[in-house]
Design a binder for this molecule. Structure first.
Ligand code: SF4
Length: 133
């Protein structure tokens, strides 16, 4: 039997993916992000890392494995981990992870406290979360 792939995921991408609508840092980045979302939604497992992940792999802002805005993105990541009661390097099901993101951050309207200053905020604030049931 083929070994189940575990995808690396920055915790704050649990918020980005909730509102992703095909826009991003470059066209290849957007295509890649859409593909990753599709794979994750099929029931994949994720390992929560505070470093370049599966999505960052196609990002023009990733230089030598480091995000150009590493300090800010690490803050987003650690904020999501804290609010969801999760730990760095924890492995869990993607659906379980995003349910926590929805329940602890998005539904109670706390997203802005974490990433309200992000350049994509205009998109996220107008949209319904993909994880909302
Ligand atoms: S490299 Fe930075 S800007 Fe690019 S997707 Fe990753 S966290 Fe976001």
């Amino acid at each position: 039997m083929e070994k189940e792939k575990i995808y690396t995921l920055r915790p704050h991408h649990g918020m980005c993916l909730a509102y992703f609508e095909g826009k991003g840092y470059s066209s290849s980045f957007c295509v890649h992000m859409g593909e990753v979302l599709e794979k994750l939604e099929k029931g994949a497992k994720v390992k929560l890392i505070v470093a370049g992940d599966e999505i960052c792999a196609a990002c023009p802002n990733l230089k030598q494995g480091m995000c150009r805005t590493a300090e800010r993105t690490a803050f987003y990541d650690r904020s999501v981990l804290d609010r969801c009661g999760l730990r760095e390097n924890e492995i869990l099901g993607f659906q379980e992870f995003v349910s926590k993101v929805e329940r602890e951050i998005l539904k109670p309207g706390k997203r802005k406290e974490i990433c309200g200053g992000c350049q994509w905020d205009e998109i996220c604030k107008k949209k319904k979360s993909r994880w909302e049931k």
